[in-house]
Every structure is written in C-alpha cells, then in structure tokens.
Design a binder for this molecule. Structure first.
Ligand code: ATP
Ligand code: MG
Length: 468
C-alpha cells in the first residue's frame, strides 16, 4: 500500500486530502511544514509527498530540493494557488512529478495521484533494469544474463587470448560479428587491426584479390601491387564472415593460410608470412554443406577448433528485457530523446515474440518505437501489429518416432493454437476470427468450448489498449 505524506499549514486542507486519499486506499500522514515533513520522510519514508508551496519555516520548494537530495525515491507533487503556475513550473524543473492548482476537484486529485504513483513504480522498475543492465553488460557491452549467453561469454573470455581458430555459428542477427570483435578486443592483439571480410559480398575473383592481394599486371585492372586483407590484418585478427558462401577454389587457398599462415598474392611468386588470428562466422550449417559437397571437410575441421554457437533470441527470452532497455538507452542518446521506460505489457509481448531476425530485429523494432513515439514510456501503441502475434510453439516432428505418436492429440494441439492465434489477431472479435479460419460461427464456438478457450483479463486490457 502506498504511503502518502500531505504537507500544508492549513489544517482543513490536510484533513480534506487525507479523507479523500484514505478512501482511495492509500495510507496517509500529515505534516504542518517542510521541516516536520522532511524529518518524517527521513525517519519513516514515503512513496509520495504532496506539499503546499507557502508554509512557515521551510517552504514547498525548499522541501522539494531537500527531498531530492535525501530521499530521491520519494515522488513529489506540488500544490499551488491558481495565480502561481510559474512556481509550479519551477517545481517541475526541480523534479516534482506533477502539480495541483488550488482549488481542485476531487477527481482531479485522485487521477493525478494515481498517475504519479504509477509513473514512480515504472521508473523504479526501469532503474532496477538499468542497474541489472550495468552488471550484465560486461567487458564488451554484450548484453545477456541467460545461462546460454553467460556460457558463451565465459568461453569468449577464456579463448580470447590464444591463437586457435574460432568458428562462430548462429542464425542471422544473433551477434556473431559482435562476438568476433569481443574476442579480438580482449586479446593481446587488440592494438593491431581487426579486419572483417564478408565472403558473400564479392564474386570469386574479386574476393580472392581482396583477401590475398595481387601483383601489378596480374589481371586487367591490376594497375599496381596491392596487399590483401590477410596482410592488412597482420598481428591482428581477421573475421571471415559468411564463410559458408565461399567457392571450393577459394576454400583451398584459405586452407593453406590456415595451415601454414602463409600466402601468395594473385600473380605473385613470393610466399608471404602472416601472423593472424582467424575467426570465421556463418549462419549456415557447414556439416550440411559438407554433405552436399559444397564445403571442404578439412577446412571445416581447421576452422572449428573453438566452436561458439549463438542461440537464437527466442531460446533465451530472459535476455529480451535487458536488451530492450539497452537499445532504449542507445536510441535515447542517438535520437536525443528522453523516454523513461517500457510498459510491462510491452516487455511481456517482446519476450513472447519469435524474433526470426534475432537481436538485430529487436534493435530495429526498438529504434523505430523510440523514433516515432510521443509517449514518455513505450507502450503497445508504439509497436506495429506484427508484435502482437501469438507465439508459435508446436513443432511438427520431422519424422515419426519409433514409439509412434498420438495423431489425434497433436491435431488437437494445433487446432487449439490456431484458434487462439485467430482470436489474438482479430483482438478477440469472434466473428472475424471464425471467418479467418473458414468456419461458420457455430462450429467456431463449439471448438472454443471444446478446448475451453477463454479470454484472460490481461488480454482484455491489451486489446483495449490497442483499440484506444
Ligand atoms: N547480446 C547482445 N548485446 C548487445 N547487442 C547485441 C547483442 N547481440 C546482437 N547485438 C546487436 O545486434 C546487431 C546484430 O549483431 P551482429 O551483426 O553481430 O549479428 P550477426 O550474427 O553477425 O548477424 P548476420 O548473420 O546477419 O551477419 C548488432 O547491432 C549488434 O550490436
Ligand atoms: Mg554478421
């Protein structure tokens, strides 16, 4: 229960507010002036202080400043006379949550107090997340508190400073390049170059001359001698991104660099030694590519000395709130915004979302919301409809297990999920949902009853918010 302290030298005002707010279920105390109020807050604490401006001893503004210093968690609301909105503005500048202009309506008081306390709770939750963020954003600004990400980070720290090749795998947007950077910048090579090559971006012959360099005249357009990226990365690290996209011819040449740390420029005759850490990344399954004859097995084993797999975001939903806050801060700074936080129902939906584009998709969604919102906190309306989709959860077995499977039960599960999904997507307009599933209303209703599908209170609220 929230504790409110009412500060006014007029007894009638103290009594009036006390009665109104107690009726609303708040615990209330009163003080006659700023000095008394400050002592009470320091001794007993308070969630909210509502204070008059003009009072003997310590006035409202001084109380505000003193509270800000001694009890920053306490929210404040200033009461002003009709004529002195300037003081109200000054109070807001000093950090008051809101102000009430006398004489006020009971409903107005109730609403303002309710809003202020809600904002205060949200601010506290967000501060909590921010603190958590600090302790989980470790040496490299890689966010993650899930067990899976902690394992990845521990591995990164352990292997950063040795020379073994690393193969980073994971779906698109899971942070492969970020991990590669972390490895380099946590190694003793950090003061030397970190070079990344996207192997899928260039046609074979260009990629070859990019990587290995070329000698003047070795092909049309080779107007001078040019070192390749392997040479540029000497003493540092090189990330061969999308390694699964390289041709077999390039793979042979890569193998030589990996085995002997030695290469020859295109058209060159001299062998050049390089001292490099090689990190490769791919979102492909290289073992499948090997089976299809598209990737050399010997190269795979050379690269896969230290395998690091980045789990998709949907497998670590506990990282989503931290990441979302991290990106909120990032885009607050980039876009010069000052959004205070993210509403709990949004976080809930973000955690359920499938995130096929993984962290990159989450980042884009947050950037768009921060850029476009006019709210103080990000709420449902700041996110486009595709976030509201129910999560996909029933995987179809790729083959029938030996012990068999219960077809009826599986079909029921799928049916139930699709019914819920249709309801979700039509914001529980049942007729609409039935139509989407090509069912007549009766048979739709029959199915809802059969699976006991009812709307939860939270979904009601989400739908209302959406509609408003
Ligand atoms: N754990 C994380 N903490 C903070 N930011 C992250 C995290 N994971 C990914 N990101 C951010 O998400 C974006 C995508 O990451 P990155 O480019 O490393 O992914 P990728 O796996 O290389 O993707 P692709 O396969 O598409 O190249 C980047 O902006 C990166 O900073
Ligand atoms: Mg990448």
């Amino acid at each position: 229960m929230n504790q409110i302290l009412i500060v006014d030298n007029e007894k009638s005002m103290r009594d009036f507010l006390s009665i109104v707010l107690k009726k609303e279920g708040y615990r209330c105390k009163t003080a006659e002036d700023g000095e008394q109020a400050l002592k009470m807050v320091e001794n007993e604490g308070a969630d909210l202080v509502i204070t008059d401006i003009k009072m003997p001893k310590m006035d409202g503004l001084s109380l505000l400043k003193a509270l800000k210093a001694s009890s920053p968690e306490t929210a404040t609301v200033m009461m002003t006379a009709f004529a002195s909105t300037e003081t109200a503005i000054e109070a807001m500048k000093e950090g008051a949550y809101d102000y009430l202009t006398k004489p006020f309506q009971i409903d107005e008081v109730k609403l303002i107090i309710k809003n202020v306390l809600e904002r205060k709770t949200l601010r506290q939750e967000n501060n909590q997340l921010r603190r958590e963020l600090k302790s989980h954003a470790d040496f490299t600004q890689i966010i993650g508190k899930s067990h899976k990400m902690r394992q990845v980070l521990a591995l990164v720290e352990k292997v950063a400073d040795n020379k073994s090749n690393v193969l980073i795998t994971g779906e698109s947007g899971t942070g492969k390049e970020m991990i590669a950077r972390a490895i380099h910048y946590n190694s003793s090579r950090k003061d030397h170059p970190f070079v990344t090559v996207n192997c899928s971006a260039l046609p074979e012959n260009l990629l070859e001359s990019e990587l290995f360099g070329h000698m003047k005249g070795s092909f049309t357009g080779a107007i001078s001698n040019k070192p390749g990226l392997f040479e540029t990365a000497d003493n540092g690290s090189i990330l061969l991104d999308e390694i699964g996209e390289t041709s077999l011819a390039i793979q042979v040449k890569l193998l030589r660099v990996l085995q002997e740390r030695e290469l020859r420029r295109v058209g060159g005759t001299k062998d050049i030694k390089v001292d490099i850490r090689i990190i490769a990344a791919t979102n492909k399954n290289l073992e499948d590519l090997i089976a299809e004859g598209k990737f050399r097995e010997d190269l795979y084993y050379r690269l896969d000395v230290i395998p690091i797999h980045l789990p998709p975001l949907r497998d670590r939903p506990e990282d989503v709130p931290l990441l979302a806050h991290f990106f909120l801060q990032k885009y607050n700074e980039n876009l010069a915004k000052s959004i205070e936080g993210i509403a709990p129902e949004v976080l809930h939906l973000l955690m359920q979302h499938e995130w096929r584009g993984n962290v990159r998709e989450l980042e884009n969604v947050l950037e768009r919301a921060v850029a476009l919102t006019t709210n103080k906190t990000l709420s449902l309306e700041d996110f486009s409809g595709n976030l509201m989709k129910a999560p996909q959860s029933i995987p179809l077995p790729s083959d029938i297990p030996e012990e068999g499977l219960d077809l009826e039960a599986l079909i029921s599960k799928i049916e139930k999920e699709l019914l819920i999904k249709a309801l979700h997507e039509t914001h529980w307009v049942k007729k609409e949902a039935a139509k989407r599933l090509h069912l007549n209303f009766r048979s739709f209703r029959y199915r809802l009853a059969k699976y006991d599908i009812k709307r939860h209170r939270k979904e009601n609220r989400d739908a209302n918010l959406l509609a408003s």
